[in-house]
Design a protein around this ligand. Sequence first.
Ligand code: PLP
Length: 403
Amino acid sequence: MKPIYMDHHATTPLDPRVLEIMLPYLQEHFGNPSSSTHIYGEIAKKAVEAAREQVVQLLNAQNPAEIIFTSCATESNNMVLKGAVALSKVENPEIITIATEHKAILDTLKRLNRQGVVTRLAKIDKYGIVDLDSIKEMINDRTILITIQAANSEIGTLQPLRSIGQIAKEHNIPFHTDAVQALGKIKVDVEKDHIDFLSISAHKMYGPKGVGALYLRKGHRIAPLLDGGGQERGVRSGTLNVPGIIGLGKAAEIAGSDLTGEADRVRQLRDMLINGVLERIDQTTLNGHPTLRLPNNANLSFSYIEGESLILACKAFAVSTGSACSSETLKSSYVLKAIGVPDSLAHSSIRFGLGKSNTKEDITLLLDTLEKNVKRLRDMSPLYEMAQQGIDVDKFEWGEHKH
Ligand code: PLP
């Protein structure tokens, strides 16, 4: 039997309604939307424009021309950062961000740093929430962009988008948010939240993989990453992934309409899981904020146990220790490190990403499984034994070893 899927931050299954609407565009409606001389192109173009409108609705954007389709959110993030720098006339331009961003932001910035761009990391608290005063203090004449995610993929922490957007607006600095994990779970409104650029990924909201979008507020410009056929108003050349875009549009429509009911249902499951673990298993801690977190995220540390060992022991569940891209190495999570979680607890953490398929029964089974296996592993754990003898395991040397 397949394990129960609880890794919805890594990716989500395709909603059957999304698949259904995509299929004809993988078959008979194969036209290129840029072909304006015949019906094949027209059909594809009409469907792409309908999908654009669905994304507009989800974000409360004002104009379909503000939506640029891309191949993924990694591309959207790269486009904004590199595209803003390329057009900037400022010497050593500065970009304000936080240390818990996704690697698609942090590694892009690292590359830009080699070209003289300066990354300014605003302070975050122990939950990962940005300090607004720290942002204000960092703003200066060379600040060209503020990029702060809507929600964190490991610890689920939600950022105060509206306040950040307000600060950016007051200082006339464009504000980008990576909203990949937030869309479909919490309301993100580019108008009310004063967002100028926003990154989207379809596969995190029950859409297909390999398609994303960038919201680009009217009046703002970025240099394109790709030169070519000039599609997407010249900002993103390349023949459009029509079935993917149509899937993204439908996923956006469903994400918007499911928002309150499904988010409330999953929030209850999340709280059942968090409270169940904290009450039933001693020496466990919640990483991230108790309430200002994604309704589907629980990140818990089980002291004296390696997260990887606990995951192996709980085979009936598909969960992970952190972000999909970094969980192949046994390095402790940079996100947990950034919020000050000690190495020992970071190594003992598991991320639970709940989703539409999960039920109350799943959580009941998960709690029983965790309780049983934590006890079993602790009974075998040298760390637990050391701790029982009064040895401070936080001083224990943790290696950065690979599998
Ligand atoms: N941003 C965040 C916050 C993510 O969680 C992810 C995926 O894990 C990405 C960006 C990258 O998205 P994509 O897979 O569409 O490139």
